[in-house]
Structures are given as C-alpha cells and as structure tokens.
Design a protein. Structure first.
Lengths: 403, 243
C-alpha cells in the first residue's frame, strides 16, 4: 500500500473538485445558506403555529340544551371560546375546520343535574388537530369544573367531606431537564439533517470522480499511469469522504449558529408557547458525539456512492442510479424522527436508522454506551464492506469500460 | 522492445455472446522503430494497444513490454510506457502544468526532477504561454501538446499511440506525427494504430494489418509490396482483408 500514491491522487482530486461548481454548491453553499434558512424557517413556522393555535379563540357550537337555560347561560359566559349558532352539520363544520368543537348537552340537563340522575355530555372534535384540541379541552374543562362543583354541593348538603369521593389526587410531574424535553421534541431533526447532508455532500464528487471521468474520457488517461487501481480508488474515496464530512461539519456549525439566533429571536414570542421546543441546547459534547456516530456512515455513503456511480457510463446515468438511494437513506432517517420509535438491539443493526436513533438519544443528553458501541462497530463493518466493494469494482474491466 | 505472443482478448456481449476482439496476435517491435497497426474500425487495434498498455488484461497469451510482462508486472510496464490516444483526455479543471505534474508524481518523480523535466518539455513544445491556463480553456492543438507532455514526463522507452490523430485538424495532427517521428529518432520503441493509409506510409518501419482481431499480414512496406505485387497500401490492405 503506497500512501504516497493515495495522497497524490487525493490531492489532485481535491484541487479538481474545489474547482467544480456543483461540488462547491453541495459542499459549501447548501450548509452555509440553505441550512440556516431551513433551521430558522422551521423554528419560525413552529413557533407561529403553536402561538396561533394558543392565541386563537376557538369557535364552538352548543347542541341542544334549550331546556337547560342554566348550563347554556354559563356556557355562553365561558371565556376563551366563541359560541356559534347551532347547526345540524356540526361534524362537517368541524372536519372542514370552520368550527373547532361542538358539545352536545343531554335533554333536561339542568333538571337531571339537580336530581342527581346519570347522564353523559359529548364533545365532538377533530382528533390530532391542534386548534380543535384546544377548543375541546376548554369545553371539557368547563364540564369537569361543573361536575366537581355539583359533587361538592351534594357532599356539602349531606355534610360529607370532599375527599370522600376523591381520596387522592393524581399529578404528572416532569423530571426531565428542559434540554431533554426540547431534545425529545425536535432533537431527532438535527442528526437527520447531518445524515442527509453527509449524503448529498458526497453525491456530486462521487459521480464526478467516476462517471464524470468516464464521460470526459480521463479514465483511460489515469489508468495508463502506474498508480494501482486500489490506490486510485482509495484516493478518490478519501476525496468523496472529505466532501461528505466537510458538508456535515459545515452544516453542524451552521445549524448551531442558526439555532442560537433562532432561539434569541423567538424566545417568549406568542406568550412563550413554543419555549419548550426552543429549550433544546446543542452542547459541544452532544454535537461531537453525534458527529462521531455519523462518521462511519459518511464512510459508508462515500464508498457506496463511488461504487454505484462507477457503474454508470455518464453523469446522467449516475444520477438516475443515485436518486433512489436518497429514498433508501431518507426513509430510515425519517423513521427515527417519528415519536415512539425506540432503539433496540435489532434496530441497532439497521444502517442509517441506528445512527439516527442513537443520535436522537445523544441530543437529549442520554448516552446508552452499549448501543453506542454496537452501532459504531456495525456501521464501521458496513463501511469497510462498502470500501471493499468499491475497490473490487475498480479492478473490473467490464465496469470501467462499460459501453 | 515490444513482444506480443498469441494475445487473445474475449468479451461477453449481451447480443453476440462471446466476442474475440483480439485473436492470437503476435508481433515484435524494436527500439528505434515504428510499428504501424493498420485496421478498420472494430478490427481490434484499440484492444491490442490497451493490453500492451496494461489497461486491459489479456484472456490468453502475453506480451513483454520494455522487458516486463504485461500480466505479471503491469505497474512496471506502465512506468515504461507513454500511452496517447484521442480517448486519453485531459482534466479540464487542472492547468497544463498541474496536469503534467500529476502524472510525473504518479510516476514517482521527485519534485526537483519533475520541475526540470516540465521546464524542458514545456520549452521544447512551446507550451510556456499557456502553462498555467486550465486545460478546458485550451485549443485542440494546445491540448494535444499537454497530452504529449503528459506521456513524456517520465521519459518512457516505449510509446503507444492509439489513433492519435482522429478528429484533429491538419495542424494538430501534424504536431502528433512530428512527435511520433521524434520518438523513433530518440531510439524509443513506437507502436502506432491507425486506419489512415497515408500516415502508415509516411511513418511506419513495420506494418501489421489487423482484421477481426487477427493479425493477417506483417512486414515492412517494401515486404508487403513485394508479397502482394501491389504498390498502393490501400490495395494491399483490401486484398489482405478480403482473403
């Protein structure tokens, strides 16, 4: 193994790539321009959404209750909701987001309440829709308070203590630090971006250094030099890896700065509605750890892209081979961002998904060392396999001179 | 010296099945001589020369180039060979100097020797005016000179030219023809493939007529004229191929 020759090839490819506009755009312009725009843009949209939802006075509809003037009068006085006239198409109104929720008051509500007869109040809402949730919650709270008051009055009338029907209270108490709460909410996005950008950063140089060389006719020129094909592919691989890592590093720096700026700009906006999300802190330790985990993945991407692009006869053909690979990488990376997907031993062996999941944990400040070691080792094995395949393909005449 | 012995190269083709692009080619080319490989398109010229330059490995047979075996000592062969064809393009984003430097370094030259060689070659070929200009901004003639400089930087004893004048204008082709002649005059072993009869008549000491992967006739121009009782090389070529 001649490190000198690998170094010569690497140096040349570096100079060559740094003069290639497409590589420069994907390696430097995307992380430094697009990432801040995306990060700040995403934060602004999120804060605005949450803020709007919490500030909006939800329109709600009261169904029935004409025979119960007391509860209707109280409902109409309820703060934080706007009562709209009754309409039989309430379900359609909720689904089309014209109103947020509706409450159905059972017949003879007032009378039954006084008589202590059983009945149930129905609240109609759009599940999963934030603003509908707010509206329904307000209605539910109103009836819960009303129920509590009725219980209290009945107990008092019988001279019984309040805790008779309520022997104990239940309270949820958050013990996770604010960073962890924020991290759990959007922490998965940071590694997702790093992984995606490591891939896109490697794409153009990988195509340029293989299919591009075939297209421009320089592959034959380099093959008649005394450099061995193994040294040649390793030099090229190092260049692709450099582009991948550089894109990753630049995007991390850019994301950290943008996040800091975004936090300063948005903290306290919309009555602090989005402050929980903004509590995510990108500590140096977390960023370095995430990056260490992504490094073998960058090696895997670089070698795999190089091998795939080498198969192609032209740049265009290489693009058509590589585009589906984007989906293969994006899907597991997205899966890791979804709530509820938890790391286990089997998932720790799935490339990309494993790194994405462990990085999400790291972003919240949790370090599962067993998984970290397992994932790092498995990623290294996949990466080594990809390099071996790339080296092997470079020895094959039918691949190099495919017509 | 180049000594090819029973070279065979088989390919698998989706439609045609197994194809023998080169089929038992043997010949010898001595230092200070130009061996012309004459054949139509698809005759097997490029494949033969790619085997000699160790870009392809032979399926059978072997060749000794500059004293080294093409299959077992391919790296040493490449260190002793200068290979030039219209397919050997330049790195467009490198300057003329960077392009030649890159190949000089890959040939193991130290920085002092490399600088001296580049200065001498650039001077000789009149390349100093565009030495720092990017290759993609050069004219065809200038590009040819850079390619020549690239093949010369390690001072090879064997030169392989695969249809080097295809697609070139008269002036650029002339530069190449003169360069090939100069290589022979400097005592290098030169092999040259073409389908242009006039180039062969002008340049070659020995001629090999190749068709369907087989070397059908070989000798000096005088030998061939005598053997086929014809003066015109084109007539000789047609007769050999049609036989």
């Amino acid at each position: 193994m001649s490190l000198r020759n690998i170094g010569i090839v690497y140096r040349k490819e570096l100079i060559d790539s740094l003069r290639d506009q497409r590589t420069l755009i994907s390696m430097i312009a995307v992380p430094l321009l697009l990432v801040p725009l995306l990060t700040i843009g995403l934060l602004v949209v999120m804060v605005r959404q949450v803020g709007e939802a919490s500030e909006e006075v939800p329109k709600v509809m009261i169904l029935g209750g004409e025979d119960s003037p007391n509860v209707r009068a109280e409902l109409e006085k309820l703060q934080g909701v706007k009562i709209v006239p009754e309409n039989s198409a309430y379900a359609e109104e909720i689904s089309s987001k014209r109103i947020r929720a509706a409450v159905e008051i059972p017949a003879d509500f007032d009378a039954k309440l006084s008589a202590g007869e059983p009945m149930s109040v129905k609240i109609y809402m759009y599940q999963g829709e934030l603003k509908s949730g707010f509206g329904a919650n307000r209605l539910e709270k109103f009836f819960r308070d009303l129920r509590d008051r009725a219980i209290r009055e009945r107990l008092e009338a019988r001279h019984l203590p309040e805790n008779m029907v309520r022997p104990f209270d239940i309270k949820q108490q958050n013990v996770a630090s604010p960073e962890k709460v924020g991290g759990a909410l959007i922490g998965g996005l940071v590694p997702y971006f790093i992984i995606l950008l490591c891939l896109t950063g490697a794409m153009y140089p990988a195509m340029d250094l293989t299919a591009g060389e075939k297209e421009r006719g320089t592959i034959e020129t380099i093959l008649c030099s005394p450099v061995s094909r193994t040294h040649l592919v390793l030099g090229k691989f190092l260049m692709v890896l450099t582009a991948s890592v550089a894109t990753g590093v630049l995007s991390v720096i850019s994301m950290t700065v943008s996040f800091g700026v975004g936090k300063k700009l948005l903290q306290g906006v919309a009555n602090g509605a989005a402050d929980t999300i903004l509590q995510i802190t990108m500590t140096g330790k977390a960023v370095i750890s995430v990056f260490t985990m992504v490094l073998p993945l960058a090696v895997l991407f670089s070698a795999a892209l190089l091998a795939i692009a080498l198969f192609a006869k032209s740049y265009k053909e290489a693009q058509s081979y590589i585009s589906p690979l984007m989906i293969v990488v994006v899907l597991p990376a997205v899966a890791a961002v979804l709530p509820g997907v938890e790391l286990n031993a089997a998932l720790a062996l799935v490339p990309v998904l494993n790194t994405s999941l462990i990085s999400k944990e790291i972003m919240t400040g949790t370090y599962h060392w067993k998984y970290i070691v397992l994932i790092f080792a498995s990623s290294c094995i996949y990466a080594a396999g990809a390099i071996a395949i790339a080296v092997k393909l470079f020895q094959r005449e039918d691949v190099l001179f495919r017509t | 010296m180049i000594e090819a012995q029973g070279l065979v190269k088989k390919f698998r083709d989706k439609t045609r099945g197994e194809v023998r692009a080169v089929d038992g080619v043997s010949f010898r080319c001595r230092p200070g001589e130009i061996f012309g490989l004459l054949g139509a398109n698809g005759a097997g010229k490029t494949t033969t020369l790619r085997i000699l330059a160790t870009i392809l490995t032979p399926s059978a047979g072997t060749a000794i180039v500059a004293g080294y075996d093409v299959t077992r000592q391919s790296q040493k062969v490449r260190s002793s060979v200068g290979f030039l064809s219209t397919a050997t393009a330049l790195y467009g984003r490198l300057s003329a100097r960077e392009m030649v430097e890159y190949f000089g370094r890959l040939h193991g030259l130290d920085e002092t020797t490399l600088r001296q060689r580049i200065d001498a070659i650039f001077e000789r070929l009149g390349m100093n005016d565009f030495r720092d200009r990017r290759c993609d901004a050069l004219s065809t003639g200038m590009k040819q000179k850079v390619s020549i400089a690239r093949t010369l930087v390690h001072d090879p004893s064997v030169m392989i030219f695969d249809e080097p004048t295809v697609g070139l204008d008269v002036m650029a082709a002339r530069t190449i023809i003169e360069f090939i002649r100069e290589c022979r005059d400097r005592g290098k072993t030169v092999i040259f493939s073409t389908h242009v009869m006039s180039e062969v008549e002008k340049l070659c000491d020995h001629i090999g007529i190749i068709h369907d992967g087989r070397l059908l006739a070989e000798g000096t121009l005088a030998d061939l004229r005598q053997r086929f009782s014809k003066q015109d090389l084109e007539d000789i070529f047609v007769e050999v191929v049609e036989q």
